[in-house]
Design a protein around this ligand. Structure first.
Ligand code: FES
Length: 164
């Protein structure tokens, strides 16, 4: 497994949808699908790249129940279930995360720390299977990496609590 700190490329999403009908909604769908919600900084990037006022983006997000402004869990774990990732074992990864966190796919842990979801292709198929945690991409993930990914989040969380 390797990790990149790069967030999924918003300009790629914009390029993909720019000339299509309902481009803003489609781009927002892909963003929500990737992050589990629409982060404010991503909305700002989208606003600049698509030349759409933030007010319009906010209007769309709040009109449709599907879009969320806040993360469903402190750490949103998105397992890519696109074809390339699926063929390389994404389903096993989803099951491993579900077992490790004791949640169903689509749910959050009771303490609200983790949210597990599956998403469609996040656009880096060459790195399959891919898991995105709060915008951080983990590539070539194996089932045995699952506890490590969760432990890393818990470790970060403990560090934050100690700082407070
Ligand atoms: S199928 Fe997973 S990144 Fe494309």
């Amino acid at each position: 497994m390797s990790t990149t700190t790069a967030t999924p490329d918003i300009s790629r999403i914009v390029k993909k949808w720019r000339k299509k009908r309902g481009s803003l909604i489609m781009a927002l769908h892909e963003i929500q699908n990737t992050f589990g919600y629409v982060p404010r900084d991503v909305s700002l990037q989208l606003s600049q790249l698509m030349d759409v006022p933030m007010a319009r983006i906010y209007e769309v997000i709040t009109f449709y129940n599907y879009f969320k402004l806040d993360p469903p869990g402190k750490y949103t774990i998105s397992v890519c279930m696109g074809t390339a990732c699926y063929l390389k074992g994404a389903d096993d990864l989803t099951q491993a995360f579900a077992a490790e966190l004791n949640v169903e796919e689509g749910d959050s842990t009771e303490d609200g720390l983790f949210h597990l979801q599956t998403v469609r292709c996040v656009g880096c198929c060459g790195l399959a299977p891919v898991v995105v945690v709060n915008g951080e991409t983990h590539s070539a993930v194996k089932v045995e990496d699952v506890p490590k990914i969760i432990a890393a989040c818990r470790y970060l969380e403990d560090g934050k609590e100690e700082e407070e």
